[in-house]
Design a protein around this ligand. Structure first.
Ligand SMILES: *[C@@H]1O[C@H](CO)[C@@H](O)[C@H](O)[C@H]1NC(C)=O
Ligand SMILES: *[C@@H]1O[C@H](CO)[C@@H](O)[C@H](O)[C@H]1NC(C)=O
Ligand SMILES: *[C@@H]1O[C@H](CO)[C@@H](O)[C@H](O)[C@H]1NC(C)=O
Ligand SMILES: *[C@@H]1O[C@H](CO)[C@@H](O)[C@H](O)[C@H]1NC(C)=O
Ligand SMILES: *[C@@H]1O[C@H](CO)[C@@H](O)[C@H](O)[C@H]1NC(C)=O
Ligand SMILES: *[C@@H]1O[C@H](CO)[C@@H](O)[C@H](O)[C@H]1NC(C)=O
Ligand SMILES: *[C@@H]1O[C@H](CO)[C@@H](O)[C@H](O)[C@H]1NC(C)=O
Ligand SMILES: *[C@@H]1O[C@H](CO)[C@@H](O)[C@H](O)[C@H]1NC(C)=O
Length: 273
């Protein structure tokens, strides 16, 4: 309350009341945050909900489906479980493995390495589909059955690295390589531990739905400079360049001055007159 009065006082002393209605539309829009379900207050580099695309970096468009936040990474949809802007991390889970291990479209998890990377808490589960009968005596692998496209197929999942497994169980490895398809799904190392004790489909689904953590790499120094000059970070998809949305107009890097500074008032009043 008191800082609002202070702002008003400064504005009056400088001779120009803040005319928010005349602020740049993009600046106004990028002030909004992404809010969906229990994920709230998310800003740059993300866009989505009330934040138009130009408020975020390409590849960071968020969606909201029945109050479930989601993100599309390399054309696959993931549930968004958490975002931490400070540590530049997000938790996501494969939305095609929410209920069972049998999605119609089998796809690996792939990331754009220029934008996203796994954090150190990273393990991988591999699921094999369409494996021939008879199978060798099961070892540390677990079997499941899928009916995909009206075809019943036998599958196995392993939490070990197949190339490591080839040293200890070569016959198992050569068997698994004869399966028709395989899918790799990331998981948190900590979520994998219970599967080692109890390799059931239910345990695996629980681990997959806990998601995995990713860290993003965007050019923060540009955004830091923009924000400290009073601007809001964004990206112009036409010029494919970072943009700093200032109250009066977008600029390449930073606002020429803070919103209350004299030069700003001058340009604002000349604009108004
Ligand atoms: C992601 O999940 C891990 C494990 O539950 C948690 O420690 C971390 O804080 C989460 N990160 C985010 C960005 O939500
Ligand atoms: C199921 O059918 C769809 C559509 O023809 C196809 O794209 C998909 O790859 C099939 N899934 C499997 C596991 O064969
Ligand atoms: C997933 O990647 C493995 C290699 O890492 C490949 O053999 C397999 O065919 C891929 N699966 C799909 C569904 O593309
Ligand atoms: C991804 O992270 C790993 C370590 O966690 C690191 O070795 C690798 O260089 C990173 N990749 C990129 C593209 O930053
Ligand atoms: C592997 O795929 C081929 C071609 O779709 C199919 O004929 C065969 O039955 C599949 N193998 C198994 C074990 O499901
Ligand atoms: C699996 O092992 C191979 C060879 O040792 C290694 O290059 C790869 O990074 C490992 N993958 C994982 C997920 O640990
Ligand atoms: C960061 O800047 C470098 C060099 O200007 C550019 O190649 C890269 O694509 C940028 N990455 C992101 C995520 O903005
Ligand atoms: C992107 O740049 C073009 C060309 O400079 C400009 O016309 C357009 O208004 C800009 N868009 C945004 C959202 O800043």
């Amino acid at each position: 309350m008191s800082w609002l009065l202070l702002l008003l006082t400064i504005a009056l002393v400088c001779g120009s009341a803040p005319v928010f209605a005349d602020d740049d539309e993009r600046y106004m829009n990028c002030m909004n945050s992404f809010d969906c379900g229990n994920i709230k207050g998310v800003g740059y580099p993300f866009s989505g909900s009330d934040r138009p695309d130009y408020c975020g970096y390409p590849g960071f468009e968020l969606g909201c489906s029945n109050q479930d936040p989601e993100i599309t990474i390399m054309r696959s949809t993931y549930k968004l479980l958490g975002v931490n802007i400070q540590s530049r991390t997000l938790n996501v889970s494969r939305s095609d493995y929410t209920a069972n291990l049998c999605p119609t479209l089998l796809s690996n998890t792939s990331l754009n390495p220029n934008l996203l990377n796994y954090t150190s808490d990273h393990a991988e589960v591999t699921m094999f589909y369409g494996c021939p009968s008879p199978s060798p005596p099961a070892l540390s692998i677990s079997q499941f059955t899928c009916n995909i496209n009206d075809t019943v197929m036998m599958g196995y999942f392993i939490t070990a690295n197949l190339s490591l497994l080839s040293g200890t169980a070569p016959s198992l490895t050569s068997y698994l390589t004869t399966c028709n398809n395989s899918v790799k799904v990331p998981a948190l190392q900590s979520a994998i531990v219970p599967i080692l004790d109890s390799p059931t489909v239910a345990q695996l689904l629980e681990a997959i739905n806990q998601g995995f953590e990713l860290v993003w790499s965007t050019n923060d120094s540009l955004c830091d400079a923009c924000e400290s000059s009073g601007g809001l970070c964004g990206y112009n998809r036409t010029t494919t360049a970072f943009t700093c949305y200032c109250a009066d107009q977008p600029r390449d890097f930073e606002c020429s001055s803070s919103p209350q500074a004299p030069s700003q008032s001058t340009s604002m009043s000349s604009f108004l007159s």
